[in-house]
Write a protein that binds this ligand. Structure first.
Ligand code: R5P
Length: 346
């Protein structure tokens, strides 16, 4: 039986009834199999036992969920990034279907509010039609989540912030940038830094990152001649003699970072690091990055780190920010206060 956090303790009994005023406020947290580790970090920070979701995959590959206890009337937070988990044998599609079933089951089990916590929003890179006859997959995922029954979404560093508009429900768009700026300030203190945007889409974020760490920034020209192929042109800005830090939202195949790192060095940087929120490390990413001139890479745990990560990859946790977000959403407190009002900077 999981321990639920409730607000009843402090609430006086409603006159004439035996029901306490805070009766329905019950916080329960569960995690899908793509986010088990992150889910356990969050529940232990909240002082809760996770709700057992009874997840399994049938022999034919279909997914099943049955909560191990009553969730009636609870605010149920379901933690599940829409990503692969090698350890659990899940593809991103499995993780998505599992999340939809967990939401759907919670709706039919009479949870009061269902909040999907998807730190990594899979399919977010397909957020518009870049060519005729393509889907807008990120929009479809939003529609699926709403049809399944979410009341709210908590996510982190969306590929494009405008994706919040795909939802009619509330979206809390969190950012891992304070974790990454702090890391750069601590670990690269004293270096002559330049913060680099690998493509035009990251310029605003990188400008604010640079401001935060007190360094200049530069922009790279990137083109994708084909899906999964990154071509970096030149650097706009001065990186000569600098320690360059490339800031991105996602590391996929590592192609963007490898090409960007080489270009930055060709333009005269002394050394180059990379930081990103979501480390997918798909396909041969580890090999590509080890063979690149990058001195080090920092990502967060929005996505479970694939086995075999080289020493150059360091993972930081996003659990503190997500835990604080959950606590504040449950208590109807300000979420932007987590970032001291600076979340709009990122
Ligand atoms: C692109 O716009 C993103 O910000 C990332 O740069 C991209 O998704 C990284 O992908 P990859 O590592 O496969 O080059």
């Amino acid at each position: 039986m999981s321990k639920a956090l409730d607000t009843a303790t402090a609430a006086a009994a409603v006159p004439g009834t035996s029901i306490s005023a805070g009766y329905e406020k019950r916080l329960m947290v569960t995690a899908g199999r793509a986010s088990l580790e992150l889910g356990s970090k969050i529940t232990s920070r909240l002082g809760l036992e996770p709700v057992v979701a009874g997840l399994k995959t049938f022999a034919d590959g279909e997914v099943y969920c049955r909560y191990g206890e009553s969730i009636r009337g609870a605010d149920l937070f379901i933690i599940q990034s829409i990503c692969a988990s090698e350890r659990e044998g899940l593809t991103p599609n499995d993780a998505l279907m599992e999340l939809l079933l967990m939401v759907h089951a919670a709706k039919h089990a009479s949870a009061h509010r269902i909040i999907a916590v998807c730190p990594w929003y899979g399919y977010s890179r397909q957020d518009k039609k870049s060519a005729p006859r393509e889907p807008i997959s990120a929009r479809l995922v939003a529609e699926l989540l709403e049809v399944a029954g979410i009341d709210r979404l908590v996510t982190m560093d969306l590929h494009a912030g405008q994706m919040q508009g795909f939802f009619s429900k509330t979206v809390d768009h969190m950012t891992a940038m304070p974790i990454l700026t702090q890391y750069v300030q601590d670990r690269l203190a004293g270096e002559d830094l330049a913060i680099i945007a690998p493509d035009a889409g990251r310029v605003k974020l990188v400008r604010n990152f640079a401001r935060k760490v007190g360094a200049p920034y530069a922009l790279m020209e990137k083109e994708r001649p084909a899906q999964g192929v990154a071509e970096i042109g030149r650097v706009i800005g001065d990186v000569r003699g600098k320690t360059a830090v490339i800031v991105d939202d996602i590391i996929g195949t590592g192609g963007t970072l490898a090409a960007a790192a080489q270009t930055v060095l060709d333009e005269g940087a002394e050394q180059v690091y990379a930081v990103a929120t979501h480390g997918l490390f798909s396909g041969d990413a580890y090999r590509t990055l080890v063979e690149s001139p990058l001195a080090g890479i920092v990502v967060t745990d929005t996505v479970p780190l694939r086995d075999g990560a080289p020493d150059m990859v360091r993972q930081l946790t996003s659990a503190d920010i997500l835990t604080d977000s959950i606590r504040r959403i449950f208590l109807d407190d300000s979420v932007s206060e987590i970032f001291a009002g600076e979340n709009q900077l990122f």
